[in-house]
Structure formats: C-alpha cells, structure tokens
Design a protein around this ligand. Structure first.
Ligand code: SRM
Ligand code: SF4
Length: 552
C-alpha cells in the first residue's frame, strides 16, 4: 500500500503543538469570556467537550449585534453503557446543577449534557472523576467509547467476554495527564514528564476510531457501521474469541463526493487473549496510513476501501504477525432490549424506551428523570444505556417489578404495550439547536415524523414494524444509512429519503428521493409500503422487501 501524506490539516498542527492535549486550555478556561479560541475548541473535543451555541438564538442575536449564546456539550464515555445506581444519580444531579435539565443517551451508549457554561466544565469533570467516570477521550481523534450489546454486559456471557469494553477503554485511553491536570486537579504539572502511548504519539489518530461488540446472535450495536467490530464466535481450532470486522463508517459529506457510508468487512479471528493486541495493530496501521491532510477522508474506512481488505490485512499482519482467516458469522435482526426480561440469575431487567435518548421531566418533578430517581431510591440496581438510545434498569428482584411499574406509570412513562411500532425503534440525533453541523431538525421533530410514518403503516392494516432513523445532516449520527427508512437532513426544510437497510444492519439503504419536505414524506413512502403489503413474503421485513424488488 503506498502512502502519500501531503500537507497536514490544521487540526494536525494544533494537536502537534498542544503538549499532549494541553494547549492554552487552562488559561482560556479561566478567562472571563464565555467561549474559547478555535484552536482550543479542537483540543476540548479530546476532553469530551464540544463548544456549541444556541442556534435558535443565532439570528436574533446577530441582528441585535450580540455575541452568540455560547455553551458546551459534555459527553461522558461509558464503556458498554453500564452504570451503577450511584453513578446515575450523580449524572442526574449534574443535569440540574449545570446543564439544561436533561440527560441525553447517545447511540454509542454514552451520556451527554447540553447547555453547560464554560465555568462549570471543571465542576462536571470533578463530579465525574469522583464517581469513576470521565468525559476524557469521549470525543477526539482517539479510540472512542466501545459499544457492547447489553446481553453481553448483563448476562449470558463469560466475564472475559463482557469485560472487553472495559479492557479496551483501559488499553486505549490516552496516557497524557492533561485532562486530570486541567479539569480535575487544577494544577498543571511542569510539562516534560508526560509520555503518550506509541499508538497515539503526539498527534494521536488521524480521526475518531469506533469499536462495537455485538451479541453472537443479534446486531443491536450496528457492528458493521464501526471502524472495528467484534462478533463473539467459536473457532473450530482455537476456541472462543471474536471475528474482527474493519472499515465501517456511515458519515459522508454533500460537499465532497468521494465520501461515503461503508460497511465493515471481516479481517480475522482472534481469541480473548489476543484481542487487545490485534486492536492495537489495527490502530497502529490506521495511525500510519490514515489521511492526515483531509479530515473528511481521514477515517479508517477510506484506508480499507482505497487499498482493499487484502492489502489492509497485509499491513496489519506486518505489525501483528500472521492473521487467522475469519470464520462465518450470522447476525439476526437487532433486539431492542425493551420490556421486562428475566436474567440468568433469576432477577429481572426492564428496558425503557427513551424518545431520542432524552431523559427529562415533562413538568416539575414529573417525568422519566424523576421516575428513575424514585426507582433507584433504596435500590441498588445496574443501569445500561443501549445503542438504541434506551435505558435498561437491571437486577430487579422478581417481587419488586410491580412497584417499579407503578412508579413509571405515575410519572407518565409509557409501558411497552402503549408504544407504537414505529416509535419503538425510531432514532434521531440531537441536531438543532445544539449541533453546529445540523442542516435541518431531527430530535425535535421526531414525534411528528413517527406519527406520520405510523399513519402510513396503519393504513396497510395488521401490525407491522418498521425501523425509522432521522438525522439533521449526512454525518449519520443516528445511523440512518443502515435503516429501513432513513430521513437525512439536506437543507433547512428538506431531507433525503433512504430505504432498504434492515434490522440486521448488514446492508446500506439507498436514496429514493432527494430534498423531500417532511409534509411530503408519507406520499414518498406510500407506494413502497403498499407494494410491501401486496407483494411482500410472509414475515419479510420492509427493508428486505425493498432490497429484493428494487434494482440497484
Ligand atoms: Fe456523531 C459529529 C452527535 C454518533 C458520525 N456527532 C457529531 C457532533 C459532535 C457534531 C459536531 O461535530 O459538532 C454531534 C453533537 C450534537 C449535539 O448537539 O449533541 C454528534 N453522534 C452524536 C450523537 C450524540 C448522536 C445521538 O443521537 O446519540 C452520538 C454520540 C455517540 C457517542 O456517544 O460517542 C453520535 N456520530 C455517531 C454515529 C453513530 C455511531 O457511531 O454508531 C456516527 C456514524 C458512524 C460514523 O462515525 O461513521 C456519527 N458525528 C458523526 C460524524 C461523521 C464522521 C465521519 O467521519 O464521517 C460527525 C462529524 C465529524 O466528526 O466531524 C459527527
Ligand atoms: Fe449533528 Fe449531523 Fe450528527 Fe445530527 S447527524 S448530531 S445534525 S452532526
């Protein structure tokens, strides 16, 4: 594989000059301004912090000659999405004390706070640190939060399997003490003693690097959408381990035609003991071969796509040693993990649907946030954020289920039987007003879009499920590129409509209509849905049907 590295992008220069992610952060965070410099915005990302402004206020403020309404988003990396009761309650307090009153569960099992003032960033970081949580490396050009199927994290898996996300987090968390010094301790050590891992070096990775671990049986984590995916399997010769997939990623840019969504493909099989070293070799390969000149084409998927998987495998094996051939995997449709399920230890867990991942109250003391506080009061439970932006409350004693149901009901949290089929699995990214990249609305209009799509599904008669995912731009944060119906922001008032992904997450959806107004979405979907009703095979999902009958 030949590598040419022309001029580095400006972010590469910022990283190189940052003294391992310090830059001028300490000074700028203490300065009276509400925002930070553009260079510091880039470095803040590594610390899990995004500079944002309230886009609803942009126009009025600019007309009034006022500065933007700056605030910050903080993302907390939670390996496998697993939290203790004490950790959840600490996050709940942060939501009120310094954020906008909501806890936002993400499509990668993390938690975000929006609307945090610059001067409160350290308070949040200290609180997180006190509860063995951190925002460090939740964003930035590093190995990100590893997503794990809740089934592996909660039961049905050996310790070695369910601990992999934590082992990955430990192995690939940057070594620099910058975060602790700047955000937690407040005292900057005299620099020079800090050494970063070789796989990062002073300029870290070309871009973000995402890992997910699927359940052997189903694909709730969208394992094909990852830079590196692990699928537990048993090898006929070496026993238990993982099939390793590489080169997935869903973001693309309207402005740059050589960007695209791509599914990961099999690279090798590793045992549990080998997995960290193999990931290290893939990360090394990416560090060396990833594009550092153009951030839009800097993800691993372009290295794999441009050179081909065979050439990529050769590069990895140069750094790792001979690679075993991968074995076949067969992932079924994603489980949404919702409702009451019995655990292997005889306790129960409840998967609660959280619309677009936004945990908040609808009135003072009433709503999901308050309900969860009440549920956790006097109980020692485990919580798991899912990759579908939902929350599982686990470890419930069998005779305690009714009491928990009552608390949720009193707070207006609807049970599984009260949810519509479309609503049950619909995802949306935050988009406006917080996301600086949003071209159109997503989370805020999701309930209306769900109603519109549900209306069309109801017209078909019977009970059918369909998977809807919506984003405010083609970066694809709610993974619309692999959905049965993907609605992707194109302009302020229009969306591109994608159809034909599927619940197994192993196929890319295809664009069927561009620049559609939301009011026209039912009309665009109707003929496809009617054809599914009339010509679909018994039990065939909409995505599978669309893919079967639509020539590519
Ligand atoms: Fe994302 C950037 C939100 C999962 C692809 N994503 C952003 C930013 C930080 C906007 C920005 O750069 O200024 C968004 C913050 C908005 C806000 O106000 O909170 C944002 N992404 C999210 C979350 C919160 C969406 C959600 O509804 O939950 C997810 C947080 C995950 C986490 O906990 O780490 C989130 N983002 C994803 C996913 C899905 C996934 O990883 O499973 C993708 C597609 C997969 C992929 O990476 O290809 C995704 N986000 C992007 C991209 C495109 C990257 C690319 O290389 O193509 C961007 C833009 C960028 O990085 O410059 C982006
Ligand atoms: Fe923002 Fe686009 Fe991601 Fe939505 S998909 S959160 S609009 S970057």
């Amino acid at each position: 594989m030949t590598v040419t590295q022309p001029t580095s992008s400006p972010v590469e220069t910022i990283k190189a000059a940052s003294d391992l992610l310090r830059g001028a952060l300490a000074t700028e965070l203490a300065a009276p301004e509400a925002n930070v410099s553009a260079d510091s915005e880039q470095l803040l990302k590594f610390h899990g912090v995004y500079a944002q402004d309230d886009r609803d206020q942009r126009r009025a403020r600019s007309l009034a000659g006022e500065s933007l309404a700056y605030s910050f988003m903080i993302r907390v990396a939670i390996p496998g999405g697993r939290l203790t009761t004490a950790q959840w309650l600490a996050l709940d307090a942060v939501a009120d004390d310094v954020a906008d009153g909501s806890i936002r569960l993400t499509t990668r099992q993390a938690v975000q706070f929006h609307g945090v003032a610059k001067f409160d960033l350290r308070t949040v970081a200290t609180t997180l640190h006190g509860h063995l949580l951190t925002s460090f490396a939740a964003c930035g050009d590093v190995v990100r939060n590893t997503v794990t199927c809740p089934e592996l994290a909660l039961d049905g898996a050996s310790d070695t399997r369910c601990d992999v996300a934590t082992r990955i987090a430990r192995a690939f968390k940057p070594a620099t003490r910058a975060h602790f010094e700047i955000f937690v301790d407040g005292t900057l050590a005299v620099s020079g003693g800090d050494v970063e891992h070789d796989f990062y070096g002073e300029t870290y990775l070309p871009r973000k690097f995402k890992i997910a671990i699927a359940n052997p049986g189903e694909n709730c984590v969208d394992v094909y959408a990852q830079d590196l995916g692990l699928v537990p399997a048993t090898h006929p010769e070496v026993g238990d381990g993982f099939v390793v997939l590489v080169g997935g990623g869903l973001g693309r840019s309207y402005a740059q035609e050589d960007t695209f969504a791509r599914l990961a493909e099999p690279l090798t099989f590793v045992t549990h003991d080998e997995v960290i070293e193999l990931i290290g070799a893939v990360v090394d390969t990416y560090r060396d071969l990833g594009d550092r000149s153009n951030r839009r084409r800097a993800r691993l998927k372009y290295v794999v796509a441009d050179g081909g998987i065979a050439s990529f495998a050769k590069e990895v094996s140069r750094r790792y040693g001979p690679l075993r051939a991968p074995i076949a995997i067969d992932l079924a449709a994603a489980d949404d993990h919702l409702g009451w399920r019995e655990q292997q230890d005889g306790r129960w867990r409840l998967g609660i649907r959280v619309g677009a991942g936004r945990v908040r109250d609808v009135a003072e003391g009433r709503g999901l946030r308050s309900a969860l506080r009440e549920v956790l009061d006097g109980r020692d439970l485990t919580l798991v954020v899912t990759a579908q932006q939902d929350l599982i409350v686990a470890g419930v004693a069998p005779d305690d289920r009714a009491a928990i149901d009552q608390v949720l009901k009193r707070h207006g949290v609807r049970s599984l039987t009260e949810l519509g089929a479309v609503e049950r699995t619909a995802l949306a990214c935050p988009a406006l007003p917080t996301c600086g990249q949003a071209l159109a609305e997503a989370e805020r209009v999701l309930p209306n879009v769900v109603d519109a799509v549900q209306g069309e599904v109801d017209r078909l008669g019977g009970t059918r499920r369909i998977q809807l995912r919506m984003t405010g731009c083609p970066n694809g944060c709610a993974r619309p590129a692999v959905a049965e119906v993907g609605v992707v922001g194109r302009t302020k008032s229009t969306y591109d409509v994608y159809l034909g992904g599927g619940p197994r997450g192993d196929r890319l959806a295809r664009v069927v209509r561009e620049k559609v107004k939301l009011d026209d979405l039912p009309e665009v979907l109707r003929p496809h849905l009617e054809r599914w009703r009339d010509e679909g095979r018994e039990g065939e999902s909409f995505g599978d049907f669309f893919d079967r009958v639509t020539p590519s």
